[in-house]
Design a protein around this ligand. Structure first.
Ligand code: ADP
Ligand code: MG
Length: 237
């Protein structure tokens, strides 16, 4: 078993003085997609924000063998942690090409890779990002992170609110991207999790309550019902 690319131990995060992540520990293997599951409000986004240093955090976060838990956000980014936030957050009045150019932070950005992965964005390079569909905006958001050589990507609910056909397109892009970089994926669409994720971490009330093989977790109806509030397939409530 190879060393994890990311190890989180005893993470606690607070927002405005209130503790929203109580005790989160998990490891992310250096290849493939690892899912973070849990009901709305469980603390999934807060966990990702804590890793990025976007909220006050305590505990140990080790990236490729080095502690990053004391680093400010820009240093975490420089170490190679790519973040694709919930709700995409593209610059709406800027063009697709401008959104992508602003994300490039290395001498040789992976433009060809991104262009191959998202041919639709090449066609729409002069279009204002705010006028794109939700799925296309998600592609822009993913593309921004993929332009750089990251050690890991943290991707928060990329399929949220998208039509089923577009969900498949985003899942395809994630599958392809994950061949080049390990991904920690917060995802409520369990069909997507089943398709993409090898391992899964389940969070409830700011704590990790289950860790294991994603397919095994999803096949356990009692477990998914109890921890996620859903039956074996479909979206969490
Ligand atoms: N900006 C905020 N101010 C106060 N409480 C927040 C804020 N953001 C999140 N929370 C609280 O933190 C908890 C975890 O939220 P979040 O991490 O967004 O959950 P998830 O991503 O799993 O849906 C929730 O109880 C939520 O109400
Ligand atoms: Mg969230």
């Amino acid at each position: 078993m190879s060393d994890p690319i990311l190890r989180v131990s005893g993470l606690r995060c607070s927002i405005a003085g209130q503790q929203v992540v109580e005790d989160v520990s998990f490891e992310v293997p250096p290849v493939g997609i690892t899912a973070v599951l849990g009901r709305n409000g469980a603390g999934k986004t807060s966990t990702l924000r804590g890793i990025m240093g976007l909220s006050a955090r305590r505990g140990e976060i080790v990236l490729a063998g080095q502690r990053i838990d004391a680093l400010p956000t820009h240093r975490v980014v420089q170490r190679g942690v790519g973040y694709v936030p919930e709700d995409r957050e593209v610059f709406g009045t800027l063009s697709v090409a401008e959104n992508l150019a602003l994300a490039e932070r290395q001498a040789q950005p992976r433009r060809e890779f991104v262009a191959e992965l998202f041919p639709d964005l090449v066609k729409r390079k002069d279009q204002a990002a705010g006028s794109l569909s939700g799925g296309q905006q998600q592609m822009v958001s993913l593309a921004r992170a993929l332009l750089n050589d990251n050690r890991i990507l943290l991707v928060d609910e990329p399929t949220k609110g998208l039509a089923p056909q577009i969900v498949d397109d985003v899942a395809d892009a994630l599958a392809e991207a994950s061949k080049t970089v390990p991904v920690l994926l917060v995802e409520q669409n369990l069909d997507v999790v089943r398709r993409l994720a090898a391992g899964a971490v389940v969070i409830s009330s700011g704590r990790v309550v289950h860790t294991g093989d994603a397919a095994e977790i999803l096949d356990d109806e009692a477990l998914t019902q109890r921890l996620l509030g859903v039956h074996a397939s479909g979206e969490a409530a």
